[in-house]
Design a protein around this ligand. Structure first.
Ligand code: PLP
Ligand code: SF4
Length: 467
């Protein structure tokens, strides 16, 4: 049978496996309490250690032996994108916040005092970016299904309660409050059957997107308890199961050599065999993450069971803010049979000010990168702000009549009728997020602001946008 020869691992896996750095195959996590055990820490300057301690007490960080040994280049640490992405950096806090935490730490404060200071600072970092938690929570039989979000007609997001953490904590990510124990922020549920019933009842739903945290933190058994009910009685409207994950970049062994790797792959294959499109939405922020033997094998393993891999990342200053980085990344992804999908802009939360580039610069980086690659890489869309009304793509800067404007497009919208609509906003070179945008041509509102009745302006980080 064709399928058998296709998945026959002996055809290509063992010779490649031999090339893997086997010392990193057993997971060892590092965070504030134990990173000093890393021998590489001796390479760090006093300033770098101080930044880790000061910022790390506010924004949590976590990394692991694979990232440390295979992705970070410790010989150019002041300038290494993977180091900056995974270890706290001074610029991630505003100067006054940094100085405050530094003086509290210097004063030999108690754990409680440190924690209180951290929480005061955290509350100023917009821990609830627009509409992430409280909106679009679906109901079944009049009961809210916590752990699910249904914002766009075709797609429900599902946050399995066991997947609420990540291999690393990215400070640009809106999920950081989940990692500091701000528990009420958790979208958590074990209610796999509610998920199934909801998708069954709502025939407009074609896609389920498993997200987190990182759902690929879950053991395969638990992951299976969510997936298998969706397959047992085939739901005709369910077409795609997506899994948003950073595991290919930060822990590819999840798909290779963990205890449950084979079980995980067979669950995914089961869904594929039911005629469902299974897409891993892989978060890759830098070409380095695509270069190890481990990631290449992990990709092959997923592809061999019929899983598609689509890639996405935010555009981040200090990490990937050059066209060459993106064109290189897209080209490498396509060569590994991954499909470039989204380039995001970092949300208005956490260390946004450290990572953000202006809207105009993001467009220039995007188009310069887009120009360097052929059509097979141009499945990517960006730069995109994922915000309350929807996903907004920056198409560019134009002069229309006498006015300089941003041309934007709604790629995904709370109201399906908004999707695909272009619109204009006043140009401002400093704009980094939708809150800063004003309609062009003297208009009072954007089209998506007038058509929703339940206006609230008080939502943190939500600016003038109506929900
Ligand atoms: C991005 C996103 C989706 C998926 O949108 P696609 O355009 O289908 O990739 C679904 N729900 C939410 C809340 C999202 O942000
Ligand atoms: S969900 Fe993704 S971006 Fe957010 S902390 Fe986890 S790995 Fe980073």
């Amino acid at each position: 049978m064709l399928r058998l020869t296709f998945i026959n691992e002996n055809s290509f896996i063992p010779p490649l496996l031999a090339e893997i750095n086997s010392s990193t195959m057993k997971l060892q996590s590092y965070s504030l309490h134990n990173y000093r055990n890393l021998p590489q820490v001796n390479n760090l300057t006093e300033e770098q250690i101080e930044a880790i301690e000061v910022v790390g007490n506010v924004l949590p960080f976590k990394t692991n032996n694979y990232v440390v040994n295979e992705l970070i280049n410790w010989n150019k640490i002041g300038n290494d994108p993977m180091f900056k992405l995974t270890f706290p950096q001074k610029g991630m806090l505003k100067e006054e916040h940094y100085d405050l935490m530094k003086s509290v730490l210097r004063s030999n404060a108690s754990r409680d005092e440190i924690k209180n200071t951290a929480n005061i600072i955290r509350n100023e970092l917009n821990p609830h970016p627009a509409g992430q938690m409280e909106h679009n929570v679906p109901q079944i039989n009049g009961e809210k299904i916590i752990g699910m979000q249904h914002k766009y007609r075709e797609t429900v997001l599902f946050f399995p309660s066991q997947g609420q953490t990540c291999h690393a904590y990215c400070t640009f990510c809106f999920r950081w409050p989940q990692f500091v124990g701000m528990d009420e922020l958790k979208f958590a549920t074990k209610e796999a059957l509610q998920l199934r019933d909801y998708v069954k009842e709502n025939k407009e739903v074609t896609d389920i997107l498993f997200t987190g945290g990182d759902p690929m933190i879950m053991k395969a058994k638990i992951f299976g308890t969510y997936i298998i009910p969706l397959l047992e009685d085939k739901i005709p409207n369910l077409q795609t199961i997506r899994i948003g994950t950073k595991a290919l970049s930060y822990w590819p062994y999840k798909f290779i050599s963990d205890d449950d790797s084979d079980e995980l792959l067979s669950i995914l294959e089961m869904a594929v065999n039911k005629g469902i499109n299974v897409s891993v939405m892989a978060h890759f922020s830098h070409p380095v993450e695509l270069e190890t033997e481990a990631v290449k094998i992990a990709i092959k393993k997923l592809r061999a069971v019929g899983v598609q891999i689509r890639t996405q990342s935010p555009l981040l200053k200090h990490i990937n803010d050059s066209p060459e980085t993106w064109s290189d990344m897209w080209r490498k992804q396509v060569n590994l049979n991954c499909i470039p999908y989204y380039m995001f802009l970092p949300r208005d939360t956490g260390a946004q000010q450290y990572f953000a580039v202006s809207l105009e610069e993001s467009w220039n980086i995007f188009r310069a990168a887009y120009q360097k690659v052929s059509g097979v890489c141009r499945t990517v869309r960006g730069p995109i702000m994922s915000c309350t009304p929807g996903k907004i793509q920056v198409l560019g800067v134009n002069d229309v009549g006498n006015e300089k404007v941003f041309t934007l497009r709604m790629l995904q919208g709370r109201n399906p009728d908004w999707v695909g609509r272009p619109f204009f906003a006043k140009y401002n070179e400093n704009t980094i997020w939708i809150d800063d945008l004003k309609p062009a041509f003297g208009d009072k509102k954007f089209f998506f602001e007038s058509s929703a009745p339940e206006a609230t302006e008080s939502e943190p980080g939500n600016g003038t946008i109506v929900l």
